[in-house]
Design a protein around this ligand. Sequence first.
Ligand SMILES: [Zn+2]
Ligand SMILES: [Zn+2]
Length: 276
Amino acid sequence: MAAPLALVQHHGGVVRGSQLAPFGCTRKDLSVAVRRGELIRLRPGVFAAPRCPDAVQAAALHGGALTCAGALRLHGVWVLHDDEVPHVWLGEASRTHAHHGCRCTEHYRAGTMKLGSAPLEHALVHAYACHGDEFFFAAFESAWSKRLIGSAARQRIRGFLPAGARWLVDFARSDADSGLESIVRLRLHILGISVETQVTIAGVGRVDFVVEKRLILEIDGRANHAGAERRHHDLARDAAASRLGFETLRFDYALIIHQWDTVAAAVLTAIGRARA
Ligand SMILES: [Zn+2]
Ligand SMILES: [Zn+2]
């Protein structure tokens, strides 16, 4: 038999003891591992590896799997914002458990729930129900761009969305560079503005979006546009683009998330100029 800790880790960091019986791991083996500090007993019959994330442990204490933003983050997917409390998927008929400090948000949704972190497909569908179009769309494009969901998974996710939301999957692309880019593209689409994405312009380089062949939109992510060198690089690109007849607008996280009206007005006015 593998060591109990290795088995627990293999199962995603948290398990019911009964899941390990087929691997020859007895209740006694688990008790010994707990006594040695190799495993944590969360509640009777439920065990976690010491390095299992707190939110996953909280969800297991509650009786379910961590889902929504917390699970998406653990899958390596970009999220628009974190959940303030663990969102717990309880499957269809699970019973819940009182636990110390519980502030969990419960999700009773169909599917076979296993303790741990909800599978990515489920977490995306739950996040749509919890957080709506933009949150889902940005996470979905992030998962796709990181090659975490293949075409079959994307179609299953589409099928689980309400009919009125399925266009989000159809509109999604595999080449989004950042979650902010996804959100900007979605919002512009809703305003009736279509953009070309990841366009390479000779003499300028690859830009995030081009609108109407004349307007460049650059989306600066939260951390990666700091520093004088970076700023010089951006200014040089803008100068090169201007020489070719392009106007460049740059937007960062704060503008996009907190001052969208300003962004929308700037883009619409620039489109008007481009058409004039
Ligand atoms: Zn709880
Ligand atoms: Zn949720």
